[in-house]
Write a protein that binds this ligand. Structure first.
Ligand SMILES: Cc1cc2nc3c(=O)[nH]c(=O)nc-3n(C[C@H](O)[C@H](O)[C@H](O)COP(=O)(O)OP(=O)(O)OC[C@H]3O[C@@H](n4cnc5c(N)ncnc54)[C@H](O)[C@@H]3O)c2cc1C
Length: 216
């Protein structure tokens, strides 16, 4: 069983090629288990589309008898402590992503404001985690999380392949970058060549104005 695969391929001899980043995303490991059947793998959350429900599918449920003695556990439950629910970027419909184009940690507040207005969450590229500015749980990419939100707005993100591998299946990708040659524009659906320090406040203002108008 290979856990957390990001790519699955079937070889000609019907061996499953289980592919996943290893050593912090430095290599893509191809794991094969040719001497064993069944070959089983789990895939990274959000990396693949969940299959559509097939209403016509049927199957037989076979109930097997289990001797009650086998169901006796030697584990004694002393206490149950509920884990507080954490927000995770994988489940967000809207993500605003901070890249190295964000100059100071204080400036993240502006992006958080945009995320809040859109009921979204703030995420980031790896350099911001390495700089200790953002939590590793908010990093998108090969050595971070894979996301598929309805809308992702990248701000000052160049679009390195290690980043885009974690977000290129998002429904709508809106990229803001001062450099018209930035690779992120090859992945984005909406490309905005401009300074995030001008564009983001303008976006916030327009969204607030629309929301205000909707409440009148
Ligand atoms: C093995 C390995 C694994 C990796 N895994 C990941 C990963 O999981 N996630 C990840 O993100 N990276 C990962 N990386 C790093 C990755 O290669 C890039 O270095 C990183 O994604 C770059 O982050 P960035 O786009 O924020 O910064 P940069 O590449 O420095 O880009 C900053 C961008 O901001 C733009 N900019 C600057 N100022 C402004 C402004 N005022 N307004 C608008 N735009 C502006 C610039 O034009 C530039 O394009 C990995 C690297 C390796 C080697």
């Amino acid at each position: 069983l290979t856990a957390d695969c990001t790519i699955l391929e079937m070889d000609e001899e019907t061996d499953l090629s289980q592919i996943r980043p290893a050593f912090g995303g430095n290599i893509m490991a191809h794991i094969k288990t040719p001497n064993n059947r069944p070959q089983m793998a789990t895939v990274r959350y959000k990396i693949m589309n969940a299959p559509e429900r097939m209403p016509g599918e049927t199957g037989e449920i076979v109930n097997r008898h289990m001797p009650s003695g086998k169901l006796v556990s030697r584990v004694e439950v002393l206490d149950i402590v509920e884990k507080p629910k954490e927000e995770s970027i994988e489940n967000a419909d809207v993500l605003v992503v901070a890249g190295r184009g964000v100059k100071k940690p204080e400036d993240l507040q502006m992006l958080q404001e945009l995320a809040d207005l859109l009921d979204g969450q703030l995420a980031c590229t790896r350099p911001l985690v390495e700089a200790g500015v953002m939590d590793a749980k908010t990093q998108i990419g090969l050595s971070g999380r894979t996301v598929r939100p309805k809308l992702i707005i990248t701000c000052g993100v160049s679009g390195a392949v290690q980043f885009t591998a974690g977000m290129n299946h998002s429904d709508q990708i809106f990229a803001i970058n001062t450099d018209p040659e930035a690779p992120i524009f090859k992945t984005a659906n909406y490309c905005l060549v401009g300074d995030l320090y001008e564009v983001v406040p303008e976006l916030i203002q327009r969204i607030e104005a629309r929301k205000g108008a909707a409440h009148v």
